[in-house]
Design a binder for this molecule. Structure first.
Ligand code: PLP
Ligand code: COI
Length: 365
């Protein structure tokens, strides 16, 4: 073990050359390239959490009967490390990710990773792979903590063995069009999550269940799916990997509205932060139900001026148009709106260390 650390470090014998790192950072894309190391921590019923290790990035070995491969106990998180102008590295509200990771674990009957190990894994990985954090604005190192059940066996019950792993990937823009507004498909055929289901957990199965609808959206010429509630197929919930915000009115009198947390949508950390930042900027904010009818009607009358999606990977992405089985409509002329851009500048400025962090959200890594 490293003195004073909970983690054992096994450095990579053959890390990427500085030239290779520079080449990746020049055009990182999203989720394509990974840093030299990863962190793993094991859990079983006898020992609890043990063997916290920083090791070379490598394949995981799993028994074909590992329970995750059959019954899907798999959860993950997503957060970013940002390079500040003075060279230091910080992440945005990582304690919130640690807490949501524990909530997801509870919902999937998995053991809760103590925050000390979650946050420690981030610090440990950055200590060895800090050179992979991009310096350019709009870029960051995307951190992907995840946990799977590894016990061998086909009985349907919570596993007795798990593996927590942290990997990291330099990230540019999530959408290839950058800030170009996306088009969305209001999906009534499929649902992402039902009341009492796993919608509020960040579990792998939610994403598998979304892929068919995403393909349907693409076939309709849309970039993304908007999920509606499972019962009435009427209330807007969220997008595939993002929460949604609606702007009513304009200028200083604008009101910023987001669907209330119903238990079926993911409680986004960006969503929560934007509610506070919007209020700081003087906008009225509201968490409530929003129907597809309200969306379409108010977009047509002009009362609804902007819509945007938000999340760690997507940051803030304008929504320019929406389509459903009965037709399509544009929002605010299909351009990124003023409130959207103001919130985006405030959030990204804070993350880059150029806007005052009055909520104490940035945590040095
Ligand atoms: N909704 C879903 C389904 C997501 O996967 C994500 C991404 O993590 C979000 C919303 C946004 O959450 P956050 O802002 O915490 O990244
Ligand atoms: C994130 O924003 O971190 C996510 O997990 C979304 C994912 C679908 C890329």
């Amino acid at each position: 073990m490293t003195p004073g650390s909970l983690f054992t470090r096994t450095p990579h014998p053959n890390p990427a050359t500085p030239e290779r790192v520079a080449e990746v950072l020049a055009k990182p894309g999203f989720g394509q390239h990974f840093t030299d190391h990863m962190v793993t921590v094991s859990w079983n019923t006898e020992q609890g959490w043990h063997d916290a290790t920083v090791r070379p990035y490598q394949t995981l070995e799993l028994d074909p009967a590992a329970m995750v491969l059959h019954y899907g106990q798999a959860i993950f998180e997503g957060l970013k490390a940002y390079r500040h102008a003075d060279g230091s590295i910080a992440s945005f509200r990582p304690e919130a990710n640690a807490e949501r990771f524990r909530a997801s674990a509870r919902r999937l009957a998995m053991p809760e990773l103590p925050d000390e190990l979650f946050l420690g894994s981030l610090r440990e990985l950055l200590a060895v792979d800090g050179r992979w954090v991009p310096t350019q604005q709009e870029e960051s190192l995307y951190l992907r903590p995840f946990m799977i059940s590894t016990e061998k066996g086909l009985g349907v019950r919570p596993a007795k063995e798990y593996l927590y792993t942290l990997i990291a990937s330099p990230a540019g823009s999530y959408f290839s069009g950058g800030l170009k507004p996306v088009s969305v498909w209001l999906c009534t055929e499929y649902v992402r999550a039902a009341p009492g289901g796993t919608g509020a957990a960040k579990c792998a199965g939610n994403y598998a269940a979304s892929l068919q609808a995403q393909a349907q959206a693409a076939a309709q010429g849309c970039d993304q799916v908007v999920w509606l509630d499972a019962v009435e197929r009427h209330w807007v919930e969220e997008m595939g990997g993002m929460n949604l915000f609606f702007v009513l009115g304009s200028g200083a009198g604008a009101k910023v509205v987001t669907p209330e947390l119903s238990g079926a949508l993911l409680p986004g950390i960006t969503r929560d932060s934007l509610l506070r930042l919007a209020s700081d900027l003087g906008y009225a904010v509201e968490e409530r139900k929003i129907s597809t009818e309200e969306w379409e009607k108010k977009a047509e009358t002009g009362e609804l001026t902007e819509v945007f999606a938000c999340g760690t990977a997507a940051v803030i992405t304008p929504v320019g148009s929406a389509k459903h089985a009965g037709g399509e409509f544009a929002i605010g002329g299909g351009q990124a709106g003023e409130v959207t851009m103001k919130l985006r500048e405030t959030l990204t400025g804070l993350q880059r260390g150029v806007v005052a962090d009055k909520h104490g959200w940035m945590v040095p890594l």
